[in-house]
Design a protein around this ligand. Structure first.
Ligand code: HEM
Length: 388
């Protein structure tokens, strides 16, 4: 994964990221209330492009539909209780006969397994077909299947095939809800803090001007926008309790004995709401990241990236991608859109209602907002055809 998603590989995806930004801006301008669907479509298309080299052309795209069905299965059914099922804790339950009362999990598993395998196999086979025809676009799968030193050992080949197939799929599943969570928090922050949006727009106007969308080359010159992105990661805490890790050996933490096999949850939420690191932690305050910390260690300690992507060997491999893609989407929105409170039929502003009810991702439920082009010129830039 590091080969295809490391910092140097990500730069190669920049044109792909830019390709998806304008269609997103057009969709959200046409229908602000569907912002969650637009982010899902953006993240889904982008991931299909980066992972499988498949370009989504319409909402009816077969891979996109299959993927959305499976991601919804994963987050609303399979992992809805924090990803822990009684059978994970008491493995003997797996011997219950399928018809037995209380063995509904086995009956569901048969149906869900078939669907998930389809989701794993179909886009992967698509890339292999494209590679055989010589028409495959550069992607995570084509890169790794190409780099496979065709060994004479068929068992090693089969293992490589299996690894790439399932890793590619896990990337898809892992990228959707997390991206929706970060971008939804960005929109929410802009609705609640118009002064932050205005300051960010002034920064973009000064650095980028109004004739084009920002690009990754502008990043260094946009410190306030960068601080907004960092604060969205901290304030949003997309995966507040991380994913469960299982101890491979006995351990002692802070005087507590933790036996091998224990499930451990890293409380990312508590770290990112620590008043010592982030004074007034519930407030959305990008400026807390504007001044450099006293030294490198302090910088790393207060950088939310140290925590939001998890810990150790299972740490999220998608951090670099999301750092580029979500950042680019965010600054493209700042450059071209006015985001604010929705108004009712009497012209009164509606306060966004913020409700969280997903057990794994801290994704705010749909809230009302308004999205308009910032200016005629901004609309022109959004409607321009991409040349790529
Ligand atoms: C803001 C966006 C994202 C956040 C906050 C995030 C966060 C996380 C976290 C907390 C984990 C669990 C790490 C652990 O167990 O310690 C994880 C795992 C993972 N993420 Fe992400 N992620 C994001 C985006 C992405 C994207 C865009 C991709 C793929 C392109 C991705 C791919 C993965 C994969 C494959 C895993 C499983 C790694 C493993 O178990 O070995 N993530 N992510």
């Amino acid at each position: 994964m590091q080969t295809a998603l490391g910092p140097s590989a990500i730069k190669a995806y920049d044109p792909l990221l830019e390709l998806e930004s304008r269609p997103f801006l057009r969709r959200i301008l046409a229908d602000a209330s569907g912002y969650q669907d637009h982010i899902r479509r953006y993240a889904g298309s982008l991931t299909l492009l980066v992972v499988y080299g498949h370009q989504v052309k319409s909402n009816d795209d077969a891979f996109l539909k299959l993927a959305e069905e499976c991601v919804s299965l994963l987050s609303n059914r399979i992992a809805s209780g924090g990803g822990i099922w009684p059978v994970d804790i008491f493995p003997a339950l797996k011997h219950l006969p399928t018809w037995f009362p209380g063995a509904g999990f086995k009956r569901n598993a048969i149906v869900w397994k078939k669907k998930m395998e389809e989701f794993v196999d179909k886009p992967f086979e698509f890339v292999l077909d494209e590679m055989r025809r010589g028409t495959a676009k550069a992607s995570f799968v084509s890169m790794l299947m190409d780099s496979d030193p065709k060994s004479k050992d068929t068992a090693a080949d089969a293992q490589h095939d299996f690894d790439v197939r399932w890793t590619a799929n896990s990337m898809y599943s892992a990228s959707i809800d997390t991206t929706i969570t970060v971008i939804s928090h960005f929109i929410l922050a802009m609705v609640q803090h118009p002064e932050v949006l205005a300051r960010a727009q002034a920064e973009i106007d000064a650095v980028v001007g109004s004739n084009r969308l920002p690009s990754s080359d502008d990043r260094e010159d946009l410190p306030y926008c960068n601080a907004i992105f960092t604060e969205c990661l901290r304030w949003g805490v997309p995966v507040p309790l991380n994913l469960p890790h299982r101890l491979m050996e006995d351990d002692i933490y802070d005087g507590m004995y933790l036996p091998k096999g224990s499930l451990v949850f890293g409380n990312i939420w508590a770290i990112l709401r620590d008043e010592k690191l982030y004074p007034d932690p519930d407030a959305f305050k990008p400026e807390r990241f504007l001044d450099a910390a006293v030294d490198e260690i302090a910088e790393r300690r207060r950088d939310p990236r140290t925590y939001v992507f998890g810990f150790g060997r299972r740490r999220c491999p998608g951090g670099n991608l999301v750092e580029s893609s979500a950042w680019l989407l965010m600054v493209s929105m700042i450059a071209t859109l006015d985001i604010g409170k929705a108004v009712d039929e009497k012209g009164r502003e509606i306060e966004p209602e913020v409700v969280f009810d997903n057990a794994v991702f801290r994704n705010p439920n749909h809230f009302k907002c308004s999205v308009r082009p910032r200016s005629e010129q901004a609309l022109k830039v959004v409607m321009q055809e991409d040349l790529s």
